[in-house]
Design a protein around this ligand. Structure first.
Ligand code: ATP
Length: 436
């Protein structure tokens, strides 16, 4: 039996993953038949409050106990076993949502889907890459005879149904810890150096510490019940966090299977086919020098086949902007990023420089072969003339120098603190920055 949930949170309060721990408590006569799932959906949609995450829980009658994946009011393990067909799951799940969802807050429109079937993978593909209509999602749920309930505008059903449709091709894990109720909203006691130590001890971890900006990446900035979340490819390795992060003790923890760090949101696109709210990977040539505007944001244009798009590295991408600033017209690049607004702007998440253009500068006018004096320019593109001998030479006789580029071909990504949940970090590609 699957229980999928979305949009129960608000900007400054609850988070949907906390409700998973509450659902586990509610259904304590059942076992988890797989990792709970935290599924990030289209990061460009305007309705999200934070990271556009939805969750899915699979419960049933377990037979063989596998590993421990969390602790809520007891140790939580996953089991192999049969999904169960139960009648009263929906009212009990809804009771949990009614108790914990911040439905009274603006932009909180819970969606709950319960059933033994799952929507086709196509719904996930659309949910993570495009904008879905609620009516279409309801039609899919009706056709599968899944039980659903939506609060407010019912928009949460879109995320819940899309998350339920996720069949992982690539996946990662996040171990999330939660705070004691009386500490919600209080400053979190997490030692910066502990996070750094943890990060360095996690062979398969990613996005947990920003070694460029020297900032931790595990604790949220909002007053939600999450103490910290540690991400990686190896679920058991993540448990090191429970020992290494010595500050505030979590009240409960749970490991989620997620689509974070997979680039599932990205689609290879021609520059002329870009549309708002999608994410794309485009190939092109830099056709305007990067320009910095007030606030430290950088923009430049990339073109291919006669079509052009503006690319942006905003101020929060910090040191990544130094790389962007070094691009010149003629560089051949690939960009990964989200598309915003009109005029279309590609918000860069990752960059690959395929070929650096030669940077050439004029170092002096040609010298007259008869008298050895420097010749004078006859105007733009008109060549040179020796004042004394009247000798003329063409524009191509000017003295040029190739300036070394302070940039290497290869991959670059925004720092951890500016990274989107879905963006696949270079560590997961097994490449290093600046390496081709
Ligand atoms: P979290 O804080 O858990 O990371 P979030 O709070 O940022 O997530 P939600 O509060 O769940 O995000 O808000 C996103 C809303 O957008 C939800 O109602 C969800 O159903 C809806 N949504 C998600 N993906 C799409 C999509 N592709 N098309 C249309 N609506 C979507």
């Amino acid at each position: 039996m699957y229980i999928a949930l979305d949009d129960t949170d608000s900007k400054d309060g609850m988070c949907t993953t906390y409700l998973v721990t509450e659902l586990i408590k509610e259904f304590d006569e059942y076992q988890l038949l797989s990792y709970p799932r935290l599924v990030r959906l289209n990061p460009n949609i305007p309705w999200k409050t934070r990271g556009n995450g939805a969750v899915v829980l699979t419960i049933g009658k377990g037979k063989v106990r596998k590993e421990v994946i969390g602790k809520v009011d007891r140790e939580i393990d996953i089991w192999t076993g049969d999904p169960c067909i139960e009648k009263n799951i929906m009212p009990r799940a809804k009771k949990v949502v009614d108790r914990w969802a911040e439905s009274d807050k603006e932009g909180t429109d819970p969606g709950l889907v319960v059933g033994n079937g799952r929507p086709p993978g196509e719904l996930y593909e659309k949910g993570v890459k495009e904008v879905l209509e609620l009516d279409h999602v309801k039609e899919v749920l009706d056709s599968l005879d899944l039980d659903y309930w939506g609060g407010g505008s019912e928009r949460g059903l879109i995320g819940a149904a899309s998350a339920l449709a996720w069949t992982p091709e690539d996946s990662t894990y996040e171990l999330i810890t939660y705070r004691r109720r009386d500490l919600w909203g209080e400053p979190r006691l997490i030692d910066h150096d502990d996070v750094k130590t943890l990060d360095m001890s996690l062979e398969h971890g990613f996005n947990n510490y920003d070694h460029v900006e020297h900032r931790q990446g595990v604790a949220p900035g909002t007053p939600c019940p999450v103490l910290y979340g540690v991400r990686g490819d190896e679920p058991n390795e993540l448990k090191k966090a429970l020992v290494t992060l010595k500050g505030e003790r979590p009240e409960r923890w749970l490991t989620f299977l997620t689509n974070q760090g997979t680039d599932d949101h990205i689609r290879v696109r021609d520059i002329r086919r870009l549309e708002p709210f999608m994410s794309a990977r485009v190939t092109g040539t830099v056709c305007s020098p990067p320009r910095v505007i007030r606030g430290g944001h950088i923009f430049f244009e990339v073109s291919r086949g006669g079509a052009t798009v503006t690319a942006a590295a905003f101020e929060p991408t910090k040191s990544f902007r130094d790389i962007i600033n070094r691009l010149i017209v003629g560089d051949e690049i690939e960009l990964w990023g989200g598309i915003k607004g009109e005029p279309l702007t590609l918000n860069i998440e990752k960059l690959k420089i395929n070929r650096l253009a030669e940077k050439i500068t004029k170092i002096g006018n040609p010298v007259c072969p008869y008298c050895g004096k420097s010749m004078g320019s006859m105007g733009t593109d008109s060549g040179y003339r020796c004042k004394k001998c009247r000798y003329r030479s063409g524009e191509n006789t000017v003295h040029l120098e190739i300036i070394p580029r302070n940039l290497k071909e290869g991959w670059y990504e925004v720092p951890v603190i500016a990274r989107r949940h879905l963006s696949k970090p270079l560590k997961r590609f097994n490449v290093e920055e600046g390496n081709f």
